[in-house]
Design a protein around this ligand. Sequence first.
Ligand code: BV8
Length: 235
Amino acid sequence: MTVSKPGLVILTGAGISAESGIRTFRSSNGLWEEHRIEDVATPMGFKRDPHLVQRFYNERRKQLSQTLPNTAHHALVELERAWPGSFLLVTQNVDDLHDRAGSQSMLHMHGELLKVRCVSCDTVSRWETDVLPDSQCPACKAADKLRPHIVWFGETPLDMEIIYRSLETCDYFAAIGTSGHVYPAAGFVQCVGSDCHTTEINLEPSVVNSAFKECRHGPATETVPAWVREMLSRR
Ligand code: BV8
C-alpha cells in the first residue's frame, strides 16, 4: 500500500520515560506510602483525603524536575518533523518529557503533572511547585480548591474525539512503552482501519500484543530510534 501522505498515530506510555528515571506505573507495583495508586489516583481518593493526594502529586512533580527526555523522546520529534503526512502523538504519560523534547502535534490524554485545575472555577493553570492547602487559584483566587489536572481512574480521558478520528483514518499506528492494561488507550489498536499497519514497541509483549501486526521488543532508547530510521527510509 503506497500512500503519498500517510497518516501516523503514535501512543506512548510510561515505558518511554523509564530510561529517563521515571518509574513506570506498574513497576512501582502501584504502591506509594502503602497506598495503591488506584486508590490515590481516583476522585474518591481525592474526596477522602485531598492533602494525601496532593502530596502524592507534589512528590512526582518534584521528581520530574530531575529528569530529562531520552533518545526515544528525541527520535519521535525527528520523526514528526520529517514525516510527510499527518502526525499525532497521543501520550498517556503525565510527565512533560515529550514537551521538553520538542513534540508539537501531541495530546496528553491523561492530563499533565505540571498543570492544576480549580474545582471552583474550572480554570486550568500551569503549576510547577508544591500545591499546598493555602495555594490559591491564579484565576479566581479561591484557596484550597486546586486539584491535579490529571485524568484519574473512572474519569473521562481528554481529547477522545480527535483521537478516535485520527485512529480511524491513519495508515500507521504504533504503541510505545505501554503495558496495555489501561483503557481506552489499550483498545486504540482495535480502532484503526483494516489496512493500517500496527506496531508494538515495548520492553516485553504487552497484554494486547497479539492485536498488533508487528512487534519490536527491547528498551525504548534502542528500539525507537531504529524504528524511526526505518519509518523515514520508507518516505
Ligand atoms: C475511562 C493518571 C470511560 C494517573 C492514569 C475493567 C476492565 C477494563 C477497563 C476498566 C475496568 N474497570 C475500569 C476500567 C476503566 C479504567 C481502566 O482501564 N482500569 C484498568 C486499571 C483496568 N480506565 C479508566 O478509568 C479511564 N477512563 O475509562 O473513562 C471512557 C472510556 C472511553 C471514552 C470516554 C470515557 C481513565 C484511565 C486513566 C487513569 N489515569 N494516569 C497518574 O498517572 O497519576 S493511567 C496510568 O496508567 C498512567 O497514565 C500510565 O501511563 C497508564 C498506563 O500505564 P502504562 O503507561 O502502560 O504504564 P505501565 O507501567 O502499565 O507499563 C509500562 C510498560 O513499559 C510495560 O509494558 C513495560 O514492559 C514497558 N517498559 C518498561 N521499561 C521500558 C519499557 N518499554 C520500553 N523501554 C523501556 N525501557
